[in-house]
Design a protein around this ligand. Structure first.
Ligand code: UD1
Length: 429
């Protein structure tokens, strides 16, 4: 298994281009199941998660072709017909969001058998709201032996869907299914994340009639069929936020480009409050720190536009060397502090109680061997490694490869000493 080794102490200076958003790309890829015409996605990140989903989609009848042209990385997805409605456990288990093929499969071909995704290190992550939505749209749902059997032989019907609390995945899933339903669907208490707006734009480019994404009420007027389209994936706000935190941690001056303003305001406000220099630009932002120690600030995760739970681990890493005590409250997932004990191996002073962590900043972290426990946790360890004295090695970085494209290259181009150590122990610079 590969590891990442970081020698701490180098400042970051340069430009980091932000890739297309993983969390958006994988839902957009699932949208290709809704039409017999090709869907071309541009600004596509190349990640383990997009590869997993590509594998599953191929099995369902989608021809998936990746290309790297002058206008960037693209994926062409074409499903002339659905050849199978079966999403097996071994593929869904590898990436939870694969579950989102259920809705499009039922919407297009009237049936699906999709594995339940199972647990996850950051919490139970049930899919009850997803099933509530697909059932409300008229599908008959049965659960047997770890599989969801969904049937709607005469097609889905528009419905009112009211979620008891906000779920990004369930809102996206409801949208993906309702676009081909007969009649109007209204989703109440919808998630407002930018990825939902991206999905709306893509579906509408395919001929769907979706309004309101980005607000708590989304209205979908079903259409009998969708057609092909070309759509550019929205920039990855979590990747952008991660490098913003990395720059604030290491010091120096980093320009984040190929992004959009307004995607990570909650984080940028906290970085400013902590004492980092933040300048918003037309396609991203510039983060500066001149060597002065940051001040501890508190955060509480919340649905968009609040502080993203996917940036919590990175911010905790930042606070480990800030002056004072920071309180970090996690409100979205119940078990999302697995990075805390790993950061403590690097010398951080953290105590966790329930959904709250208290981080008392230390002057200096020390390099150590640490282990990635989930996708965002793994990058928080890399961020800490940027300032830890000596070498930090992060193992189990398959978590990192799920969501960060060319991380060593992007950080390395700004002066970080980061390298991947291949599974056989040989270093790759
Ligand atoms: C998505 C993102 C993930 C991010 C999260 C919150 C993707 C691939 N992943 O995950 O990176 O951290 O949004 O911004 O886009 N819940 C239920 N029942 C359900 C669905 C969710 O109880 O049917 C709970 C979850 O366990 C969690 C909360 O709702 O506690 C929010 O989860 P949700 O917004 O659905 O997250 P995901 O879509 O899984």
């Amino acid at each position: 298994m590969d590891r990442i080794a970081i020698i701490g102490g180098a400042q970051l200076n340069g430009t980091i281009p932000v890739s297309g958003a993983k969390n958006s790309a994988i839902k957009l890829m699932a949208a290709s199941l809704l039409t017999d015409e090709p869907l071309r996605l541009t600004n596509m990140p190349r990640l383990a998660d997009t590869r997993f989903l590509g594998k599953l989609l191929t099995r369902l009848g989608v021809e998936v072709t990746e290309s790297d042209g002058s206008d960037g990385q693209q994926t062409l997805l074409h499903a002339p017909e659905i050849t199978s409605g079966f999403a097996p456990y071994d593929l869904v288990r590898q990436m939870r969001a694969s579950f989102n093929v259920l809705g499009p499969l039922v919407a297009r071909s009237g049936q699906a058998k999709v594995s339940l995704p199972g647990g996850c290190t950051i919490g139970a992550r049930p899919v009850d709201l997803h099933l509530q939505a697909i059932e409300a749209l008229g599908a008959k749902i049965d659960l047997h032996e770890g599989y969801v059997y969904a049937q709607a032989p005469r097609g889905l019907k528009g419905a009112e869907i009211t979620f008891p609390f906000v779920s990004v995945g369930a809102t996206e899933h409801a949208m993906l299914a309702a676009v081909l339903a007969d009649g109007v669907s209204v989703i109440h208490n919808a998630a407002c994340e930018p990825e939902l707006v991206d999905l709306q734009e893509c579906l509408n480019a395919m001929g769907a009639k979706v309004e309101g994404a980005g607000t708590p009420t989304v209205t979908i007027t079903g259409v009998p069929r969708l057609h092909g389209a070309t759509h550019a994936v929205i920039p990855d706000r979590i990747e952008m936020g991660t490098y913003a935190v990395a720059a604030a941690m290491a010091g120096g001056e980093v320009r984040l480009s190929n992004a959009r303003p307004g995607l990570i305001d909650a984080l940028l406000d906290k970085l400013k409050e902590a004492g980092a220099g933040v300048e918003e630009t037309a396609d991203g932002c510039i983060i500066r720190r001149d060597g002065q120690r940051l001040t501890a600030v508190d955060i509480e995760t919340a649905p968009f536009p609040g502080f993203a739970t996917d940036l919590q681990a990175q911010f905790m890493a930042l606070m480990t060397t800030a002056r004072g005590e920071s309180r970090i409250r996690e409100t979205i997932f119940e078990n999302r502090f697995m990075h805390a004990p790993e950061l403590m191996r690097l010398g951080a002073d953290i105590s966790v109680s329930g959904g709250e962590a208290r981080v008392r900043g230390v002057e200096q972290l020390e390099g150590a061997e640490v282990m990635a426990t989930d996708l965002r946790a793994s990058v928080s360890l890399v961020i800490a490694g940027l300032v830890a004295r000596g070498e930090t090695t992060v193992s189990r970085i398959y978590h990192l490869d799920r969501g960060f494209e060319r991380l060593e290259e992007k950080l390395g181009a700004c002066g970080a000493q980061v390298r991947r150590i291949k599974g056989d122990g040989e270093a790759e610079l």
